[in-house]
Design a protein around this ligand. Structure first.
Ligand code: HEC
Length: 132
């Protein structure tokens, strides 16, 4: 019984590793985007919308954030730190930022403690890369 459970587990692991290889080459899967959407709803959506045109939230709208230079959304009042960062967001840098916002962009106004799970961070970045 235990042996079967273990080999199933290993099969799952091999599958996951294979999927990760595919992501690196080819952005991200629908499954990962779905996971990212769920995490975004629980962890980010109190302050951010990723829907085009939604304004008036505590954080800047994240529609099209991948490829957008940090601190440049018209009409949003950013910290000096975020404006000075002045580099376009990409899949990797979003993951680094949400891991530990204050460590990644010291002085940022974003009051978020950070997401511990690397898998979760990758999923959120995947989801955001599709909001465009
Ligand atoms: C409690 C509110 C809050 C939460 C929760 C929050 N953010 Fe933010 N976020 C902000 C604020 C405020 C800023 C602007 C920071 C600045 O100007 O320094 C920001 C900025 C950002 C930026 C930079 C955008 C730009 O235009 O340069 C990204 C990317 C981002 N947040 C992603 C996320 C993600 C992903 C999550 C969830 C894992 C999240 N945030 C959770 C408030 C929040």
């Amino acid at each position: 019984m235990q042996k079967t459970g273990l080999s199933l587990h290993l099969a799952g692991l091999v599958f996951l590793l294979a999927m990760q290889g595919a992501h690196a080459a080819n952005n991200c899967s629908a499954e990962q985007a779905q996971q990212g959407n769920t995490l975004f709803d629980t962890d980010c959506s109190v302050c951010h919308s990723a829907k085009k045109g939604v304004e008036g939230m505590m954080g800047p709208n994240l529609f099209g954030v991948v490829g957008r230079t940090s601190g440049t959304l018209q009409g949003f009042s950013y910290s000096k730190a975020m404006k000075d960062r002045a580099r376009p967001w990409n899949n990797d840098s979003i993951q680094a930022f949400i891991a530990q916002p204050q460590a990644d962009v010291p002085g940022t106004y974003m009051p978020y403690m950070g997401m511990d799970s690397a898998e979760g961070r990758a999923a959120v970045a995947c989801y955001l890369s599709l909001q465009k």
